[in-house]
Design a binder for this molecule. Structure first.
Ligand code: SAH
Length: 244
């Protein structure tokens, strides 16, 4: 019997989400979010993923490394309840859990076996629809098995359906121009910005309200500023390549 376990990190995530703000609250919501998993250490071996390419989706088990240091609480306020009602942490998908383990189903686009300039082998899984912070440590990868994982008559309490926001996204000419200029490297940047903003990334207590604050977020290497422009329109004010 043991009260603690040690896990090895088997991969890390390259994600367009460089900070927590504006990451969707579940995977699948932002289809234009694309990232990579790089297998690590003894798990960086193409044999570990033999056959995985037959699956359209995979489960990722990961560590909430960005909030891990903040510890956990027995009661949390889920954003779905407007942030003003407390529920038991195990009744939520909060990141502040007794063990900071997250799980996400993501789309597996392809598996690539790279040989670096120094003839080192690197296994890369190209994924999309992710909801993970850049650098997230992955502790397990499993195929998504529809017959076992889809439960037709399941019901989802307070989070039964994906929240629907009827927000329209518009771009200033200047921001549209920068997006155009980066089309070769980031062909889906405009769609990514639209999808991220249409889920209203503001804190729960501000959702459904109008405010004129200018918000900033980082996607890939771009600093993006935006503002509400009336009740259901978000205007992208500027898109700049970050200097960092
Ligand atoms: N699908 C997962 C995550 C749900 S919480 C699960 O159900 O377990 C989703 C939030 O996790 C996102 O809004 C993002 O802000 C946060 N997140 C994603 N990766 C993270 C990381 N590595 N560390 C801390 N928080 C992270």
């Amino acid at each position: 019997m043991t009260d603690s376990v040690t896990l090895n990190v088997i991969a890390t995530v390259d994600s367009p989400y460089k900070e927590k703000f504006a990451i969707p609250r579940q995977p699948g919501i932002v289809s234009a979010a694309q990232g990579q998993l790089r297998l690590k250490g003894s798990a960086n071996n193409i044999e570990l993923v033999r056959g995985l390419e037959q699956f359209s989706h995979i489960w990722l088990l990961f560590v909430f490394h960005g909030t891990q240091a903040q510890g956990w609480k027995p009661l949390v306020r889920p954003p779905r309840l407007g942030g003003n009602k407390k529920l038991g942490v195990l009744a939520t998908r909060s990141t502040f859990r007794p063990n900071p383990i997250g799980m996400s189903v993501v789309k597996l686009d392809r598996i690539e076996h790279q040989l670096t300039a120094h003839k080192e082998s690197q296994v890369v899984l190209h994924i999309s629809e992710l909801d993970l912070l850049d650098g997230t440590p992955i502790v397990d990868i499993k195929p998504y098995v529809p017959y076992a994982d889809i439960i037709e008559d399941a019901h989802g309490g307070y989070a039964h359906q994906q929240p629907s926001n009827d927000i329209h996204i518009i771009f200033t000419d200047a921001s549209a121009t920068i997006i155009e200029e980066n089309l070769t490297s980031y062909p889906t940047l405009r769609l990514l910005i639209e999808q991220v903003l249409s889920q209203d990334p503001r804190p729960a207590y501000k959702q459904q309200s109008t405010d004129d604050k200018i918000y900033g977020m980082t996607l890939h290497e771009f600093n993006i500023q935006w503002q509400f422009d009336g009740g259901d329109i978000i205007k992208v004010l500027s898109v700049e390549v970050s200097k960092g």
